[in-house]
Design a protein around this ligand. Structure first.
Ligand code: NI
Length: 171
């Protein structure tokens, strides 16, 4: 397994719309294992393929709390087929926007269709933090970042800070 470099915003590669996976094979499974390893190493609870420069429709998630059994999920071609009318506000972070936390309001419960790591069709009902996390990661597959939900002024401020931090890191 290998750690993949995580792309930090602002970056055009985070704006891509991903393509559906057509074949689930060993190469893909290795890539998804690398995604999970990268996510755990960065202390994240979710990661989407564009964050590591890949344009396929893949997310990985594990919302199990520390000290509990890990619950890794590898989700291919996710599609939300139902959302609850009730909404849920949750403070979100993102590995591509380190140290930024913003409250985002999303549907509380979702029904999801996807392919698992064997390429089998699966369905899932998710609520609470799992629903939030899956929706956040699925936004990445459409080139949407959680800062796209705040005002352009606040977003520009966050991007300016991130650019500055990136520049400093390269010096
Ligand atoms: Ni994110």
């Amino acid at each position: 397994m290998a750690l993949l470099p995580i792309i930090i915003a602002p970056d055009q590669r985070l704006k891509v719309k991903t393509k559906l996976v057509e074949v689930v094979d060993d190469g893909l499974r290795t890539f998804m294992d690398d995604m999970l390893e990268t996510m755990y190493a960065a202390n994240g609870i979710g990661l989407a393929a564009p964050q590591v420069g890949d344009v396929r429709s893949i997310i990985v998630v594990d919302v199990a709390r520390a000290q509990k059994e890990p619950q890794p999920m590898q989700i291919i071609n996710p599609e939300i087929v139902w959302t609850s009318d009730t909404k849920h506000a949750h403070e979100e972070g993102c590995l591509s926007l380190p140290k930024n936390y913003i409250e985002v309001i999303r549907p509380e419960i979702i029904h999801l269709k996807y392919l698992d790591r064997l390429g089998h069709e699966r369905e899932l009902e998710a609520s609470g933090i799992l629903a939030t996390c899956i929706q956040h990661e699925m936004d990445h597959l459409q080139g949407i970042l959680f800062v796209d939900y705040v005002s352009i002024v606040k977003r520009s401020m966050i991007f300016r800070k991130l650019k500055k931090a990136k520049k400093q890191a390269m010096e």
